[in-house]
Each structure stands twice: as C-alpha cells, then as structure tokens.
Design a protein around this ligand. Structure first.
Ligand code: PLP
Length: 426
C-alpha cells in the first residue's frame, strides 16, 4: 500500500537538481487545511485556541504560518520562547510548559507575559522567587499540570501514570492553586497530557472528562472558576499506510458532549485549548534523500544520504515511517534495511522493509516527518543537519532553513584563541 504525496516524482527530481539532498519539504496547504479543521471542530467553544507545540517543528516560517492562522505556541525552553517571540507569537498566545524550570526561564516567560503552566507544587515557590528577584508583578493567569496517576482509556486498558514525571496529583494541584491565589493570581487553568500519538478518537473526550470533573471540584473546594482548560497534545497520525486518520470533527463533538454533561450544569464555561504538534505538521513533512550505496552481507542494506542526525524517530523509538522510492511505486519489492551513515547500528530508517530494487541516485521520501523529526536531530559524528523547504500553495519551493555547515559546528569551539580551530573549510 502506498501513501500519497503532494508532489510528483518529476517535481521532486527537478528540485533535487537545484537543491542537494537530504532536505525536508513541508506542505503549506496541508498544514493550513489541518488547522482549519481543528478550528472548525472546536468552533462551538468561543475561546478555543490551538497552541502549536513548538518542539514538533521549531522553524520560524512554520510558526509564522501557524500564527497567521490564529495559533499560539506551546513552548518548553528559553529557545522555544525566543522562537515564538521572533515568529510574532507573544503574550497570552504562548503557553510555557516546562519542568525542572530555572529562574531565568520563568523570568523570560514572565517578560513575554506567557501563560506559565506549572509542573509541580515545588515550582510555585520557585516561580515566586524568580518573579520577586526581577520585580515582576504577579502574573494574571497561571495553569497547573495535572497527573491523575491512572487514566482509563478503554474498558480493558488502564494507563498507569505513576512513572510519568509530569504534572501533580490532585491534592498537590489544589495546594498549588491555593498558594497561587493567595499570591494574587486571578485566572487559572488546568492542563494534562496523558497519551502520546493516540489514534483513538475517545482520547480527548476521556481526558476532557477527567479535567472537567476536576474543574468542578476546584470550584467547589477552592471557589476558583477556571478560565481555561488545556487538553495539550497527543493526537496521533497514521504513520502506517493501513492506519486511518482520526476524525477531528468527531473528536471536537465528543469533547463538546462531555462539556455539556459536566461543565454546563455546574455553570462553568472555560475556554478550551490544545497543544497539538504531531497532528498539525506531522503528515505534511517529507524528508527527501538519495540512495548512495548498497551492501549485501547477512542482510540487504540500502544506504541513503540522510541519517538519524536529520531525523531521529526511527533510531530513538524504532518508529515506523513509510518510505517511497520515487517513480518505482507498485514495483516488485524485497526486504531491506534503509540506513544512514552514522557509527550507530540504530541509524536505520527501516528494518526488513519491502521496497523496490533501488539504484544509486534514486530518490526516497520518508513520510510523516513534519513533527518531532528534524527537531530531535543531533550532531553525532559531527554530521550536520539538513535544511528545510516550504512547498508553497503556488507549487514553488522556498528555503526556510539552510542546512548546517561545518562552520556552524566549529563556531562553538571559538572560546579561546589557544584552542580556537581557525581555517577555511577544505
Ligand atoms: C506539554 C506538551 N504539549 C504538547 C505536546 C505535543 O504533543 P504531540 O506532538 O504528540 O501532539 C507535547 C509533546 O511532547 C508536550 O510535552
């Protein structure tokens, strides 16, 4: 079974004559359509906003596109906050969801007027100290991250969250809110992310049920009426061709029903938000690479010019990413491992994958690479990470991030003239 591409093999060949592989292509129209679908699915909730998880695709052109579509940004570090700011996303359009947070990280979030999502009770004092040290006023709005310990997804599968490092149990969350209220915070939200890459449409409605019930308890126990509830990310995408995409309008409708059942009778009408990353950009990113070698030992290997440095999910999680050999769709296949050049045996984009016979120079496309792929990349073996292009709605390809160079890597050695490695690249 093949997966569809938003470009033809001829287009791809023309692009690779102009721009050297490997590189990423992001499909602007696909991302735009996806965001519109999410907004429509939650249009029944007047304050709804999607805060795109910057970690999924931290590239300003993508963040700007999302900002133009009304999205905010979910950030987890100083550099993600800075990326959001430089992409025109500021103030309450930023949620800062970090853990083990340093004072300077809180201070930047406070400076930007971002909504801080506290991961732990101990962080309340840390935030107060960080704010006090720089004379920041008490933030208007704060969010607290919930970890219910257990989360029942279906009748027979119980998810245990005891070993999840995120969020706080109910009693600690209540305590945190009490302290924050006493400090002067006026508006509150709650947040939880209890699944990752879930293709079960029941996930958001179930999660909403947990959070909405907690909202009612918070009102009863603390007299706090939450102004927003953050369902975070976790909606999955079909990486395998036989998997079906979720129906986002059914998910929105499922959440609406739970809202009507739990919150409306309690007289609570909080705005909802989401922090999807994978669902928004995952299916609309493609890593384009070239076949550079073949090896026939105990197994058959096809070497490509991309590596786990460019795209880490398969190496990190053994994740499946569909691979198309361009122009050879439908041809007879045989099992191969598709590998990069790293000195790591997990540098494999596919293991025992049935693929057509390849030749040196054939183009391969690694699908569903728009989220948590390049952003997880690294520089092992001193390998530089590849660039990124946006496939515009008019069919043109625009560079949105250049490939890293050796100079980029060597720049970090420029710390002391004694050790500085100067010289031209060969
Ligand atoms: C706090 C938070 N929000 C949102 C996301 C985005 O998740 P996804 O891309 O799976 O939707 C993540 C992922 O790690 C996260 O940690």
């Amino acid at each position: 079974m093949e997966k569809r591409l938003p470009f033809t093999p001829e287009q791809a060949r023309a692009w690779t004559r102009e721009f050297p592989t490997p590189f990423y292509i992001y499909h602007e129209a696909g991302i735009r359509r996806c965001v519109e679908g999410v907004k429509e699915a939650f249009a029944w909730n007047p304050g709804f906003r999607e805060y795109f998880a910057v970690k999924a695709c931290p590239t300003p052109a993508i963040l700007r596109l999302l900002q133009s579509l009304g999205c905010g940004a979910d950030c987890a570090s100083v550099s993600e906050l800075e990326l959001a700011r430089r992409s025109g996303i500021t103030g309450e359009r930023i949620v800062f969801s970090s853990n083990e947070t340093l004072p300077e990280e809180y201070q930047l979030a406070l400076k930007l007027n971002a909504i801080i999502n506290l991961d732990d009770l101990t962080q309340v004092d840390r935030l107060m100290e960080a704010a006090g040290a720089e004379n920041f006023p008490v933030p208007e709005k704060i969010c607290c991250r919930y970890n219910p310990g257990q989360f029942q997804m279906t009748s027979d599968i119980m998810g245990h969250l005891y070993d999840s490092k995120y969020g706080m149990p109910k009693n600690q969350l209540m305590e945190a809110m009490k302290k924050l209220k006493a400090w002067g915070v006026r508006e509150f939200g709650i947040h939880a992310m209890l699944q990752s890459c879930s293709l079960e449409e029941i996930y958001y409605p179930k999660l909403a049920g947990e959070l909405f019930a907690l909202a009612v308890e918070i009102q009863q126990q603390l007299g706090i009426r939450l102004s927003f509830i953050d369902l975070s990310g976790g909606i999955g995408i079909p990486y395998r061709p036989e998997e079906k995409p979720v129906d986002i309008s059914a998910i929105g409708e499922g959440v609406r029903q739970v809202y009507e059942e739990i919150l409306t009778p309690a007289g609570l009408f909080p705005a909802l938000c989401t922090e999807m990353g994978r669902y928004i950009t995952g299916p609309y990113g493609f890593l384009m690479a070239k076949v550079v070698g073949h090896k026939h030992i105990y197994k058959e290997y096809v070497g490509i010019d991309a590596s786990a440095c460019d795209h880490m999910r398969p190496a990190m999680y053994g994740a499946y990413h569909h691979i198309t050999v361009l122009g050879k769709e439908g041809q007879q296949t045989h099992p191969v491992d598709v590998v990069g050049a790293l000195c790591e045996n997990n540098d494999k984009f596919a293991v025992d994958r049935p693929l057509p016979e390849t030749e040196i120079g054939d183009l391969v496309v690694i699908h569903d690479s728009g989220a948590h792929c390049r952003s997880m990349g690294y520089n092992y073996n001193g390998r530089t990470r590849c660039g990124e292009y946006l496939l515009r709605e008019d069919g043109s390809l625009k560079m949105i991030r250049r490939a890293e160079t050796l100079q980029d890597l060597f720049a970090t050695f420029d710390v002391d003239p004694e050790f500085c490695v100067r010289g031209e690249e060969i």
